[in-house]
Design a protein around this ligand. Sequence first.
Ligand SMILES: NC(=O)C1=CN([C@@H]2O[C@H](COP(=O)(O)OP(=O)(O)OC[C@H]3O[C@@H](n4cnc5c(N)ncnc54)[C@H](O)[C@@H]3O)[C@@H](O)[C@H]2O)C=CC1
Ligand SMILES: O=C(O)CCC(=O)C(=O)O
Length: 529
Amino acid sequence: MFRVCKFAVKTGGPGQMSVRHYDIPAHLTKIADEPNPSFFRMVEYFYHHAVRVVEPSLIEYLNKHTHMSEKKRLQRVAGILKVMGSCNSCIQMEFPLQRKGGDYDIIQAYRVQHSVHRLPCKGGIRFSDEVNLDEVKALASLMTFKCACSSIPFGGSKGGVAINPKKFTVAELQRITRRYTLELAKKNYIGAGIDVPAPDFNTSGREMSWVVDTYIKTLGYQDLNAAACVTGKPINGGGIHGRVEATGRGVFMTINYFLHDDYFMKLVEMTPGFKGKTAIVQGFGNVGSFAGVYLHQAGVKIIGVCEFEANIANQDGINPNDLIKYMASNKRSAKGFPGGQEVGEDLLYQKCDILVVAAKEKVIRADNAGKIQAKMIAEGANGPTVPSAHTILLKKNILVIPDLLCNAGGVTVSYFEFLKNLNHVSFGKLSIKFWRDSNTALLDSVEKSLKNANVEAKVSPTKEFASMMSGASEKHIVGTGLEFSMTNACSNVAAAAKTHNLNIDLRTAAYITSIEKIFVTYDEHGLAF
Ligand SMILES: NC(=O)C1=CN([C@@H]2O[C@H](COP(=O)(O)OP(=O)(O)OC[C@H]3O[C@@H](n4cnc5c(N)ncnc54)[C@H](O)[C@@H]3O)[C@@H](O)[C@H]2O)C=CC1
Ligand SMILES: O=C(O)CCC(=O)C(=O)O
């Protein structure tokens, strides 16, 4: 759809020729070197950095509007890029919570809708005492670019509640979640066609159950599609098989893709394939633990896990399944895990092939990026690398699979759950009997045909065919759908990196693929009334 414009775009009136260069907005120019930039400014910076590369081809794309003057076309490109980079709306709320002991706390919470070019908006809810408006805006904008990068037809949003859940009882957490949902509903910030939350840092199916229940019992009680107001729900409450592991599984799929891509492996001087590879995982929660499980299954040795309360190392390999069980029985702490030795924070900088960062934002900065010895970094977390560190990692020739591509598995399977809720039936359910009967009839038919040709044989299905005779199960459809989507997104990003001569800069390439798609939507739909 987009051709790469190899030449600087010439502008100006007849006879005047001036060369255009896209300027990164003035308020962002220092972000490239800031040791600890604002998270939202960071995402803005990466966006504008990619716009610098892709703007000429966007201008050329609009040449199809032959009815417009060149000036109007340039204004339209600039307008779309401004809208795409800005946050549509935010709500900030404060509400009281009566604590177990009788005292009152005021809880601060947020929801940000970054882009409404497609509806509903989509993005998780985070519980953390570090939550603030800047963080939620950054996470919402990442959702916009993430959904577009994987061709998931949602706008981008995110929510956050500024609490440390470890300091609240389960009953208190339930009251906070329900009140937060009620505030979202009152302000029209939740609903199947409006904005659909999901789990994120420190939230899971449990909180999503409280969200859907509160919504259905209040504003959504007459809405047939009310269950689609949130995803990441437990199966019994309308969830889908595979959402819990989806983000970590998607992280694994992106590693799998690039580890088998000869072009990129050659650039970073790695031998293709999983054989003999080692990995270190930072953050062993939902995303990191499942990424670890799939890497382990593929034969990668997990030689380190960096966690909040303990860093665990084992050169012979940590079994991620054992660590998951251990942490579940040890108040989510890795401390005391018998399958490895507790070591210092320097574990993050030890030699390994793959570093999975799956904890939180801004963990790779200019002051520590130089120490990283991994050859490949998979950004399971949102925003783990600040711009100054991004440049250092490129110079060190480390292949970084950027967040908006790497951790898109979660929202992809959330999309499948959303569709399941709108369909009011699970995938494959209606056709199970038909496929079983029809495949049984096929086997009978082959057996009868052989008999008619005087060949006595019992035709029975192979083990593989037997497992597929009833058609695809929901689990199968989710797994293959996720793989198709992640592989497609990786191949689009890889192609953009090559087309725009970006070498190993997959982050800029990923933003470019997103910008191009969102640009077309704005161009087709219009951007202002
Ligand atoms: N849950 C999901 O589906 C998705 C999550 N993400 C992102 O992945 C990251 C992790 O999210 P989840 O796994 O859902 O959260 P989680 O709450 O399940 O796990 C986070 C883990 O990181 C650990 N951790 C926190 N700070 C740490 C630090 N400084 N060093 C080492 N470990 C630390 C925690 O102890 C916890 O075990 C976040 O950035 C989130 O936004 C991205 C896409 C989807
Ligand atoms: O599953 C979803 O809808 C969103 C997950 C999320 O918050 C994220 O990808 O950062």
